[in-house]
Design a protein around this ligand. Sequence first.
Ligand SMILES: Cc1cc2nc3c(=O)[nH]c(=O)nc-3n(C[C@H](O)[C@H](O)[C@H](O)COP(=O)(O)OP(=O)(O)OC[C@H]3O[C@@H](n4cnc5c(N)ncnc54)[C@H](O)[C@@H]3O)c2cc1C
Length: 380
Amino acid sequence: MDFTLSNDVVEFRAAIRSIIAETVTPEVVDEMHRSGTFDLPALNLALGAAGYIERAVPGLGKGDPVELWVLFNELEKAGAPFDGLAINIMIAGVVVAVGTDEQKARILPSIISGEAGVCMGYSEPDHGSDVASITTRAVRDGDEWMINGAKMWTTMAHKATWLILLTRTNTEVPKHKGLTMFIMPMDTPGITVEPVHTMATERTNATWYDDVRVGDDAVLGEVNSGWRTMTVALAFERGVMGGTNAGVPLLRHFRLWADKVGLSADPFVRYQMARTAIDMQVATLLTQRSAWIAGSGGLPGLEGSMTKLFATEAYQRSVRAFQEMAGSSGLLQFHEPGAAADGFIDYDARHAPVTTIYGGTSEIQRNNIAERHLRLPKAR
Ligand SMILES: Cc1cc2nc3c(=O)[nH]c(=O)nc-3n(C[C@H](O)[C@H](O)[C@H](O)COP(=O)(O)OP(=O)(O)OC[C@H]3O[C@@H](n4cnc5c(N)ncnc54)[C@H](O)[C@@H]3O)c2cc1C
């Protein structure tokens, strides 16, 4: 494959960089860590107004996966709050892929303008990796569906306008075949949101569904085809939409600090910085490969697993090494006097663990690679 970026993509990247420079200020980054909400309405609106959200949504506008990767890669390298935007673009892509014309007309304009956000209710307290076993029930009741259950880790539920919700509609068939996906407004009566604060400052949520009533117009995809809808969503998520270059801002912060305290001349410190730079370059190329496969009409399910596994574990190795080199100052948080890299070493050390959990854990990625690439026997 050819890793050269086309002129179009280079221009797109320059435009994205300039929007980031205008909207992602140090105050914004500070507020993101203070509030735990990794979303920036001003950024989303600016991207929406320029037509870049529509352009990035798979299957809509230009829908070039290489541009999608460039968008999130620039946001990630800048340390911008982009979790909300990533979910919005991913779910807009799902609506394009499996939604009805009525749903597309009703839902997409609010997302591509940057005004509305989306949250994803798949995981439950007892079902994360094995998400096909979820128990939240949607039962037919006259012309409506009545939904009852609980979800865990519903990130952005406290800000979102729309909710995509995975439910069980048939208990008599194998677990993957009895699932239905819904999309509904977050202010639908019966939905409760409670905050869950994580050690990485990121806020996520637990959500409850008590006699939530929706019509057929809320079914996203076919009834009992929720697994197919999930597969579309996950294929977009893994390996293309951010999460593969977190070591880049980490390295930038560490390097500035190492220069300031006179550590940059230390051969071991230099070795670790070079190691991180190489790992992040490899992660970049792996991500570009996934994007290229998607751009050529394929679904980079396997390559996305390889990319995510390599990139997130490399990030964890880097931050562990940097924290050891920073010593006790690497344990101090944002705004604490003497904190290494203004607190970013501590932050990254607390953030890195979650990157091998969400979007599919490392074990799940390894199973995927073992089964689909190495053709080893199924793990379960
Ligand atoms: C900060 C955060 C944000 C999140 N945001 C969202 C969101 O917006 N929406 C949403 O729906 N979900 C979200 N998630 C949930 C996330 O997708 C799950 O945490 C993840 O899928 C793992 O599920 P689990 O936590 O239930 O762990 P489990 O599935 O219980 O796994 C526990 C351990 O067992 C291992 N394991 C499980 N199955 C296997 C297997 N077959 N083979 C080998 N090892 C295995 C896992 O790798 C892990 O180490 C979020 C999670 C976090 C932490």
